[in-house]
Design a protein around this ligand. Sequence first.
Ligand SMILES: Cc1cc2nc3c(=O)[nH]c(=O)nc-3n(C[C@H](O)[C@H](O)[C@H](O)COP(=O)(O)OP(=O)(O)OC[C@H]3O[C@@H](n4cnc5c(N)ncnc54)[C@H](O)[C@@H]3O)c2cc1C
Length: 421
Amino acid sequence: MPATPENFDVLISGGGLVGLTLALALDQGGLKVAVIDRLPAAEVLEESFDGRATAMGFATYRMMESLGVARHIGEVQPIQQILVSDGRVGSPSRKGGPSSLTLHFDQAETGTGEEPLGWMIENRRTRLALDKEAATRPGITRFAPDEIVDFTILPGHVEAKLKSGQQLVAPVIVGAEGRGSFVRQKAGIRTYGWTYGQTGIVTTIAMDRPHGGVAHEYFLPTGPFAILPLMGNRANIVWSEKTARAQALLAMPRADLEHELARRFGDFLGNVRLDAPVWSYPLSMELAATWAKPRVVLAGDAAHGIHPIAGQGLNLGLKDVAALAEVLVEAANLGQDLGDLAVLERYAQWRRTDTMTLAISCDGFVRLFSNDLAPIRALRTLGLGLVDAIGPARRFFASHAGGAVGDLPRLLRGERLEARL
Ligand SMILES: Cc1cc2nc3c(=O)[nH]c(=O)nc-3n(C[C@H](O)[C@H](O)[C@H](O)COP(=O)(O)OP(=O)(O)OC[C@H]3O[C@@H](n4cnc5c(N)ncnc54)[C@H](O)[C@@H]3O)c2cc1C
Protein backbone atom coordinates (compact mmCIF):
# COMPACT_ATOMS: atom_id res chain seq x y z
CA MET A 1 0.00 0.00 0.00
CA PRO A 2 1.45 3.46 -0.91
CA ALA A 3 2.53 5.56 2.09
CA THR A 4 0.23 8.45 3.05
CA PRO A 5 1.73 11.66 1.63
CA GLU A 6 3.21 13.98 4.26
CA ASN A 7 2.56 17.71 3.89
CA PHE A 8 5.19 20.45 4.27
CA ASP A 9 5.56 24.13 3.38
CA VAL A 10 8.93 23.57 1.63
CA LEU A 11 10.80 20.49 0.36
CA ILE A 12 14.59 20.85 0.24
CA SER A 13 16.43 18.27 -1.85
CA GLY A 14 20.04 18.22 -0.54
CA GLY A 15 20.91 18.69 3.12
CA GLY A 16 24.46 19.99 2.69
CA LEU A 17 25.75 23.25 4.12
CA VAL A 18 23.29 25.29 2.04
CA GLY A 19 20.25 22.99 2.31
CA LEU A 20 20.46 22.59 6.07
CA THR A 21 21.08 26.30 6.70
CA LEU A 22 18.03 27.07 4.56
CA ALA A 23 15.95 24.63 6.62
CA LEU A 24 16.96 26.44 9.84
CA ALA A 25 16.15 29.85 8.36
CA LEU A 26 12.72 28.73 7.12
CA ASP A 27 11.99 27.09 10.46
CA GLN A 28 12.87 30.35 12.22
CA GLY A 29 10.23 31.98 10.03
CA GLY A 30 7.63 29.41 11.12
CA LEU A 31 7.59 27.15 8.02
CA LYS A 32 7.42 23.36 8.11
CA VAL A 33 10.34 21.89 6.17
CA ALA A 34 11.45 18.49 4.82
CA VAL A 35 15.16 18.01 4.04
CA ILE A 36 16.11 15.01 1.90
CA ASP A 37 19.75 13.94 1.57
CA ARG A 38 21.08 10.83 -0.12
CA LEU A 39 23.90 10.39 2.41
CA PRO A 40 23.45 9.15 5.99
CA ALA A 41 24.04 12.00 8.48
CA ALA A 42 26.76 9.98 10.26
CA GLU A 43 28.83 9.71 7.06
CA VAL A 44 28.65 13.45 6.35
CA LEU A 45 29.83 14.22 9.90
CA GLU A 46 32.90 11.99 9.71
CA GLU A 47 36.26 13.72 9.83
CA SER A 48 37.28 12.22 6.50
CA PHE A 49 34.21 13.52 4.62
CA ASP A 50 35.26 17.11 3.86
CA GLY A 51 38.75 18.58 4.41
CA ARG A 52 37.79 22.09 3.40
CA ALA A 53 37.55 25.11 5.62
CA THR A 54 35.49 28.11 4.58
CA ALA A 55 36.46 31.72 4.84
CA MET A 56 33.01 32.75 6.01
CA GLY A 57 32.36 36.43 5.35
CA PHE A 58 31.42 38.59 8.32
CA ALA A 59 27.86 39.05 7.01
CA THR A 60 27.25 35.33 6.41
CA TYR A 61 28.65 34.58 9.87
CA ARG A 62 26.09 37.01 11.37
CA MET A 63 23.39 34.74 9.88
CA MET A 64 24.99 31.72 11.58
CA GLU A 65 24.73 33.63 14.87
CA SER A 66 21.14 34.60 14.25
CA LEU A 67 20.18 30.98 13.41
CA GLY A 68 21.75 29.61 16.61
CA VAL A 69 24.45 27.72 14.68
CA ALA A 70 27.49 29.75 15.76
CA ARG A 71 27.06 28.75 19.41
CA HIS A 72 27.65 25.09 18.45
CA ILE A 73 30.68 25.93 16.30
CA GLY A 74 32.59 27.37 19.25
CA GLU A 75 35.75 29.43 18.93
CA VAL A 76 36.69 30.41 15.37
CA GLN A 77 39.70 32.04 13.80
CA PRO A 78 39.17 35.66 12.73
CA ILE A 79 40.77 36.80 9.47
CA GLN A 80 42.46 40.09 10.36
CA GLN A 81 44.24 40.68 7.08
CA ILE A 82 44.32 39.30 3.56
CA LEU A 83 47.55 39.58 1.60
CA VAL A 84 47.38 38.86 -2.10
CA SER A 85 50.61 38.51 -4.04
CA ASP A 86 51.58 37.62 -7.54
CA GLY A 87 54.33 35.07 -7.09
CA ARG A 88 56.31 32.41 -8.81
CA VAL A 89 57.63 29.29 -7.09
CA GLY A 90 61.29 29.73 -6.21
CA SER A 91 61.31 33.51 -6.74
CA PRO A 92 63.55 35.30 -4.24
CA SER A 93 60.58 37.07 -2.70
CA ARG A 94 59.05 33.75 -1.71
CA LYS A 95 62.01 32.74 0.48
CA GLY A 96 61.26 35.30 3.12
CA GLY A 97 57.49 35.19 2.77
CA PRO A 98 55.03 37.37 0.98
CA SER A 99 57.32 40.35 0.32
CA SER A 100 56.12 40.55 -3.28
CA LEU A 101 52.87 41.85 -1.75
CA THR A 102 50.78 43.86 -4.11
CA LEU A 103 47.38 43.95 -2.44
CA HIS A 104 46.40 44.16 1.19
CA PHE A 105 43.04 44.24 3.04
CA ASP A 106 42.41 44.66 6.71
CA GLN A 107 39.58 45.03 9.20
CA ALA A 108 39.27 48.78 8.61
CA GLU A 109 37.83 47.99 5.18
CA THR A 110 34.80 46.01 6.39
CA GLY A 111 32.72 49.14 6.75
CA THR A 112 31.99 48.50 10.43
CA GLY A 113 35.67 48.65 11.42
CA GLU A 114 34.80 46.27 14.27
CA GLU A 115 34.17 42.95 12.58
CA PRO A 116 37.09 41.01 11.10
CA LEU A 117 37.11 40.42 7.33
CA GLY A 118 35.69 36.98 7.98
CA TRP A 119 36.06 33.81 10.02
CA MET A 120 37.88 30.63 9.08
CA ILE A 121 35.80 27.60 9.98
CA GLU A 122 36.42 23.96 9.08
CA ASN A 123 33.40 22.71 7.08
CA ARG A 124 33.26 19.69 9.35
CA ARG A 125 32.60 21.92 12.37
CA THR A 126 29.89 23.85 10.52
CA ARG A 127 28.22 20.57 9.47
CA LEU A 128 28.25 19.35 13.08
CA ALA A 129 26.81 22.64 14.32
CA LEU A 130 24.03 22.66 11.70
CA ASP A 131 23.19 19.08 12.56
CA LYS A 132 22.99 19.86 16.29
CA GLU A 133 20.82 22.92 15.79
CA ALA A 134 18.50 21.15 13.30
CA ALA A 135 17.96 18.39 15.87
CA THR A 136 16.43 20.96 18.25
CA ARG A 137 13.82 22.17 15.71
CA PRO A 138 10.56 20.21 15.55
CA GLY A 139 9.61 22.05 12.35
CA ILE A 140 12.41 20.29 10.41
CA THR A 141 12.01 16.66 9.29
CA ARG A 142 15.07 14.99 7.79
CA PHE A 143 14.97 12.08 5.36
CA ALA A 144 18.48 10.58 5.11
CA PRO A 145 19.72 8.46 3.55
CA ASP A 146 17.01 8.97 0.98
CA GLU A 147 16.46 10.87 -2.24
CA ILE A 148 13.72 12.10 -4.52
CA VAL A 149 13.32 9.75 -7.45
CA ASP A 150 10.55 11.71 -9.12
CA PHE A 151 8.40 14.78 -8.61
CA THR A 152 5.32 16.14 -10.34
CA ILE A 153 4.13 19.72 -10.53
CA LEU A 154 0.39 19.85 -9.96
CA PRO A 155 -1.99 22.81 -9.54
CA GLY A 156 -1.13 24.32 -6.13
CA HIS A 157 1.59 21.88 -5.08
CA VAL A 158 4.50 19.55 -5.90
CA GLU A 159 4.32 15.83 -5.18
CA ALA A 160 7.66 14.12 -4.60
CA LYS A 161 8.32 10.42 -4.44
CA LEU A 162 11.30 9.24 -2.39
CA LYS A 163 13.43 6.15 -2.97
CA SER A 164 12.15 4.79 0.35
CA GLY A 165 8.60 4.93 -1.03
CA GLN A 166 7.61 7.92 1.15
CA GLN A 167 5.60 10.65 -0.62
CA LEU A 168 5.97 14.33 0.24
CA VAL A 169 3.79 17.26 -0.77
CA ALA A 170 4.52 21.01 -0.58
CA PRO A 171 3.84 24.18 -2.57
CA VAL A 172 7.53 24.48 -3.51
CA ILE A 173 10.65 22.35 -3.93
CA VAL A 174 14.23 23.67 -3.56
CA GLY A 175 17.16 22.09 -5.42
CA ALA A 176 20.16 22.31 -3.07
CA GLU A 177 22.04 19.15 -4.07
CA GLY A 178 25.15 20.91 -5.34
CA ARG A 179 26.48 20.83 -8.86
CA GLY A 180 24.75 17.65 -10.03
CA SER A 181 21.32 18.84 -8.80
CA PHE A 182 18.58 16.31 -9.56
CA VAL A 183 15.83 18.92 -9.11
CA ARG A 184 17.55 21.22 -11.62
CA GLN A 185 17.84 18.44 -14.20
CA LYS A 186 14.32 17.17 -13.67
CA ALA A 187 12.97 20.75 -14.04
CA GLY A 188 14.79 20.98 -17.40
CA ILE A 189 17.04 23.85 -16.32
CA ARG A 190 20.21 23.98 -18.43
CA THR A 191 23.65 24.97 -17.14
CA TYR A 192 26.53 26.85 -18.76
CA GLY A 193 30.13 26.38 -17.78
CA TRP A 194 33.53 24.90 -18.34
CA THR A 195 36.29 23.08 -16.56
CA TYR A 196 39.49 24.92 -15.64
CA GLY A 197 41.69 21.86 -16.18
CA GLN A 198 42.74 22.41 -12.56
CA THR A 199 42.33 20.36 -9.39
CA GLY A 200 42.08 21.88 -5.92
CA ILE A 201 44.33 20.10 -3.42
CA VAL A 202 43.10 20.69 0.11
CA THR A 203 44.72 19.87 3.41
CA THR A 204 45.57 21.33 6.81
CA ILE A 205 49.10 22.09 7.93
CA ALA A 206 50.70 22.92 11.26
CA MET A 207 53.51 25.45 11.35
CA ASP A 208 56.18 26.70 13.74
CA ARG A 209 55.44 30.42 13.73
CA PRO A 210 52.08 32.14 14.45
CA HIS A 211 50.06 33.15 11.41
CA GLY A 212 48.68 36.26 13.12
CA GLY A 213 45.24 35.79 11.55
CA VAL A 214 46.63 36.62 8.10
CA ALA A 215 45.22 34.86 5.02
CA HIS A 216 47.63 34.68 2.09
CA GLU A 217 46.83 34.10 -1.54
CA TYR A 218 49.72 33.57 -3.94
CA PHE A 219 48.91 33.66 -7.60
CA LEU A 220 51.22 31.02 -9.00
CA PRO A 221 51.37 30.34 -12.77
CA THR A 222 49.77 26.89 -12.38
CA GLY A 223 46.92 28.23 -10.22
CA PRO A 224 46.21 30.08 -6.96
CA PHE A 225 47.68 28.86 -3.66
CA ALA A 226 45.87 29.96 -0.48
CA ILE A 227 47.08 29.73 3.13
CA LEU A 228 44.03 30.24 5.36
CA PRO A 229 44.62 30.63 9.11
CA LEU A 230 42.94 28.21 11.53
CA MET A 231 42.83 28.06 15.33
CA GLY A 232 45.88 26.60 17.01
CA ASN A 233 48.65 27.69 14.64
CA ARG A 234 47.36 25.66 11.76
CA ALA A 235 46.24 26.65 8.29
CA ASN A 236 43.99 25.20 5.63
CA ILE A 237 45.62 25.02 2.22
CA VAL A 238 43.75 25.35 -1.06
CA TRP A 239 46.28 24.65 -3.74
CA SER A 240 45.05 24.75 -7.35
CA GLU A 241 47.24 22.93 -9.86
CA LYS A 242 46.89 21.75 -13.43
CA THR A 243 45.13 18.39 -13.11
CA ALA A 244 47.98 16.17 -14.40
CA ARG A 245 50.44 17.84 -12.01
CA ALA A 246 47.94 17.59 -9.14
CA GLN A 247 47.60 13.85 -9.71
CA ALA A 248 51.39 13.46 -9.56
CA LEU A 249 51.48 15.48 -6.32
CA LEU A 250 48.67 13.43 -4.79
CA ALA A 251 50.53 10.22 -5.58
CA MET A 252 53.68 11.40 -3.72
CA PRO A 253 54.73 10.14 -0.29
CA ARG A 254 53.72 12.62 2.46
CA ALA A 255 57.33 13.77 3.06
CA ASP A 256 57.75 14.74 -0.62
CA LEU A 257 54.41 16.54 -0.62
CA GLU A 258 55.49 18.48 2.50
CA HIS A 259 58.64 19.50 0.62
CA GLU A 260 56.56 20.72 -2.35
CA LEU A 261 54.35 22.67 0.05
CA ALA A 262 57.38 24.27 1.71
CA ARG A 263 58.72 25.37 -1.70
CA ARG A 264 55.52 27.29 -2.32
CA PHE A 265 55.22 28.62 1.21
CA GLY A 266 58.64 30.10 1.71
CA ASP A 267 60.06 30.00 5.23
CA PHE A 268 58.24 32.93 6.88
CA LEU A 269 56.02 30.62 8.95
CA GLY A 270 58.88 28.28 9.91
CA ASN A 271 58.66 24.55 9.22
CA VAL A 272 55.32 23.29 7.93
CA ARG A 273 53.94 19.79 8.47
CA LEU A 274 50.86 18.05 7.09
CA ASP A 275 48.32 17.83 9.91
CA ALA A 276 45.46 16.06 8.07
CA PRO A 277 44.73 13.80 5.11
CA VAL A 278 44.87 15.35 1.64
CA TRP A 279 41.66 15.86 -0.37
CA SER A 280 41.20 16.86 -4.00
CA TYR A 281 38.38 18.52 -5.95
CA PRO A 282 38.05 19.06 -9.74
CA LEU A 283 37.57 22.77 -10.45
CA SER A 284 34.96 24.05 -12.85
CA MET A 285 32.35 26.74 -13.39
CA GLU A 286 28.69 25.75 -13.72
CA LEU A 287 25.89 28.32 -13.80
CA ALA A 288 22.18 27.49 -14.11
CA ALA A 289 20.39 29.33 -16.92
CA THR A 290 17.55 30.22 -14.57
CA TRP A 291 17.03 29.78 -10.82
CA ALA A 292 13.26 29.71 -10.65
CA LYS A 293 10.43 27.96 -12.45
CA PRO A 294 6.87 27.53 -11.21
CA ARG A 295 7.16 25.62 -7.85
CA VAL A 296 10.90 24.95 -8.35
CA VAL A 297 13.83 27.04 -7.14
CA LEU A 298 17.61 26.51 -6.89
CA ALA A 299 20.11 27.57 -4.22
CA GLY A 300 23.85 27.14 -3.59
CA ASP A 301 26.06 25.17 -5.97
CA ALA A 302 22.96 23.78 -7.68
CA ALA A 303 22.50 27.31 -9.06
CA HIS A 304 26.15 28.42 -9.32
CA GLY A 305 29.35 26.43 -8.93
CA ILE A 306 32.44 28.64 -9.15
CA HIS A 307 36.25 28.38 -8.78
CA PRO A 308 37.41 28.68 -5.14
CA ILE A 309 39.96 31.40 -6.05
CA ALA A 310 38.19 34.00 -3.90
CA GLY A 311 36.69 31.58 -1.34
CA GLN A 312 33.17 32.71 -2.25
CA GLY A 313 31.22 29.59 -3.36
CA LEU A 314 29.62 28.78 -0.04
CA ASN A 315 29.29 32.44 0.87
CA LEU A 316 27.19 32.93 -2.27
CA GLY A 317 25.10 29.90 -1.31
CA LEU A 318 24.53 31.24 2.20
CA LYS A 319 23.50 34.60 0.78
CA ASP A 320 20.97 32.70 -1.37
CA VAL A 321 19.66 31.14 1.85
CA ALA A 322 19.18 34.53 3.51
CA ALA A 323 17.34 35.98 0.51
CA LEU A 324 15.22 32.89 -0.30
CA ALA A 325 14.17 32.38 3.32
CA GLU A 326 13.16 36.03 3.66
CA VAL A 327 11.12 35.96 0.42
CA LEU A 328 9.34 32.70 1.34
CA VAL A 329 8.62 33.70 4.94
CA GLU A 330 7.31 37.09 3.81
CA ALA A 331 5.10 35.39 1.19
CA ALA A 332 3.75 32.97 3.82
CA ASN A 333 3.03 35.85 6.20
CA LEU A 334 1.07 37.58 3.42
CA GLY A 335 -0.85 34.40 2.61
CA GLN A 336 0.73 34.08 -0.87
CA ASP A 337 1.38 30.81 -2.71
CA LEU A 338 5.04 29.91 -1.96
CA GLY A 339 5.45 28.18 -5.32
CA ASP A 340 4.16 31.10 -7.38
CA LEU A 341 6.75 32.09 -9.98
CA ALA A 342 6.37 35.77 -9.09
CA VAL A 343 7.42 34.96 -5.49
CA LEU A 344 10.37 32.78 -6.57
CA GLU A 345 11.49 35.36 -9.15
CA ARG A 346 11.74 37.98 -6.38
CA TYR A 347 14.48 35.83 -4.85
CA ALA A 348 16.20 35.08 -8.18
CA GLN A 349 16.34 38.77 -9.09
CA TRP A 350 17.62 39.73 -5.65
CA ARG A 351 20.57 37.34 -5.96
CA ARG A 352 21.33 37.51 -9.70
CA THR A 353 23.58 40.62 -9.87
CA ASP A 354 25.76 39.72 -6.88
CA THR A 355 26.21 36.15 -8.12
CA MET A 356 27.00 37.08 -11.70
CA THR A 357 29.44 39.81 -10.60
CA LEU A 358 31.33 37.34 -8.42
CA ALA A 359 31.19 34.44 -10.88
CA ILE A 360 32.52 36.58 -13.73
CA SER A 361 35.20 38.23 -11.53
CA CYS A 362 36.39 34.85 -10.22
CA ASP A 363 36.55 33.45 -13.75
CA GLY A 364 38.51 36.51 -14.94
CA PHE A 365 40.93 36.24 -12.00
CA VAL A 366 41.56 32.54 -12.70
CA ARG A 367 42.37 33.30 -16.35
CA LEU A 368 44.47 36.36 -15.57
CA PHE A 369 46.48 34.78 -12.79
CA SER A 370 46.91 31.19 -13.99
CA ASN A 371 49.26 32.51 -16.62
CA ASP A 372 52.99 33.26 -16.73
CA LEU A 373 53.27 35.41 -19.85
CA ALA A 374 55.37 38.52 -19.06
CA PRO A 375 52.93 41.16 -20.43
CA ILE A 376 50.05 39.58 -18.50
CA ARG A 377 52.20 39.51 -15.35
CA ALA A 378 52.94 43.21 -15.79
CA LEU A 379 49.26 43.99 -16.35
CA ARG A 380 48.05 42.19 -13.25
CA THR A 381 50.78 43.68 -11.06
CA LEU A 382 49.62 47.10 -12.26
CA GLY A 383 45.97 46.14 -11.58
CA LEU A 384 46.66 44.88 -8.06
CA GLY A 385 48.84 47.93 -7.32
CA LEU A 386 46.05 50.25 -8.44
CA VAL A 387 43.41 48.52 -6.31
CA ASP A 388 45.78 48.64 -3.33
CA ALA A 389 46.42 52.36 -3.80
CA ILE A 390 42.73 53.33 -4.03
CA GLY A 391 40.84 53.10 -0.71
CA PRO A 392 37.30 52.80 -2.18
CA ALA A 393 38.43 49.99 -4.51
CA ARG A 394 39.91 48.12 -1.55
CA ARG A 395 36.69 48.63 0.40
CA PHE A 396 34.67 47.34 -2.59
CA PHE A 397 36.65 44.07 -2.65
CA ALA A 398 36.66 43.74 1.16
CA SER A 399 32.88 44.12 1.41
CA HIS A 400 32.43 41.53 -1.37
CA ALA A 401 34.70 39.16 0.57
CA GLY A 402 32.66 39.86 3.72
CA GLY A 403 29.38 39.28 1.90
CA ALA A 404 28.01 42.73 2.73
CA VAL A 405 27.08 44.14 -0.67
CA GLY A 406 23.83 45.42 -2.12
CA ASP A 407 20.45 45.25 -0.44
CA LEU A 408 21.22 42.88 2.47
CA PRO A 409 18.58 40.37 3.59
CA ARG A 410 17.68 40.59 7.27
CA LEU A 411 19.63 37.47 8.29
CA LEU A 412 22.84 38.95 6.83
CA ARG A 413 22.29 42.04 8.96
CA GLY A 414 22.18 39.75 11.99
CA GLU A 415 18.38 40.06 12.40
CA ARG A 416 15.84 37.26 12.77
CA LEU A 417 12.99 36.17 10.50
CA GLU A 418 9.69 36.48 12.30
CA ALA A 419 6.88 33.98 11.84
CA ARG A 420 3.29 35.20 11.42
CA LEU A 421 1.47 35.24 14.75
C1 LIG B 1 38.70 23.30 -2.96
C2 LIG B 1 37.50 24.13 -2.58
C3 LIG B 1 37.62 25.13 -1.62
C4 LIG B 1 36.52 25.93 -1.30
N1 LIG B 1 36.67 26.95 -0.39
C5 LIG B 1 35.64 27.78 -0.15
C6 LIG B 1 35.77 28.91 0.75
O1 LIG B 1 36.81 29.17 1.36
N2 LIG B 1 34.70 29.72 0.92
C7 LIG B 1 33.51 29.50 0.29
O2 LIG B 1 32.57 30.28 0.47
N3 LIG B 1 33.35 28.43 -0.53
C8 LIG B 1 34.37 27.57 -0.79
N4 LIG B 1 34.20 26.51 -1.64
C9 LIG B 1 32.87 26.25 -2.24
C10 LIG B 1 31.95 25.47 -1.32
O3 LIG B 1 32.58 24.32 -0.82
C11 LIG B 1 30.65 25.10 -2.04
O4 LIG B 1 30.12 26.27 -2.62
C12 LIG B 1 29.63 24.51 -1.06
O5 LIG B 1 30.08 23.28 -0.55
C13 LIG B 1 28.28 24.31 -1.74
O6 LIG B 1 27.36 23.82 -0.80
P1 LIG B 1 25.97 23.17 -1.27
O7 LIG B 1 25.28 22.78 -0.01
O8 LIG B 1 25.30 24.06 -2.26
O9 LIG B 1 26.38 21.87 -2.11
P2 LIG B 1 27.14 20.57 -1.64
O10 LIG B 1 28.18 20.90 -0.64
O11 LIG B 1 27.55 19.89 -2.89
O12 LIG B 1 26.02 19.70 -0.89
C14 LIG B 1 25.03 19.01 -1.61
C15 LIG B 1 24.29 18.04 -0.68
O13 LIG B 1 23.27 17.42 -1.45
C16 LIG B 1 23.34 16.00 -1.30
N5 LIG B 1 22.86 15.42 -2.57
C17 LIG B 1 23.48 15.37 -3.76
N6 LIG B 1 22.67 14.83 -4.69
C18 LIG B 1 21.52 14.52 -4.06
C19 LIG B 1 20.28 13.96 -4.49
N7 LIG B 1 20.08 13.61 -5.76
N8 LIG B 1 19.31 13.79 -3.57
C20 LIG B 1 19.50 14.14 -2.28
N9 LIG B 1 20.64 14.68 -1.82
C21 LIG B 1 21.63 14.88 -2.70
C22 LIG B 1 24.78 15.70 -0.97
O14 LIG B 1 24.88 14.49 -0.23
C23 LIG B 1 25.16 16.93 -0.14
O15 LIG B 1 24.86 16.75 1.23
C24 LIG B 1 35.28 25.70 -1.96
C25 LIG B 1 35.15 24.68 -2.90
C26 LIG B 1 36.25 23.91 -3.22
C27 LIG B 1 36.10 22.82 -4.27
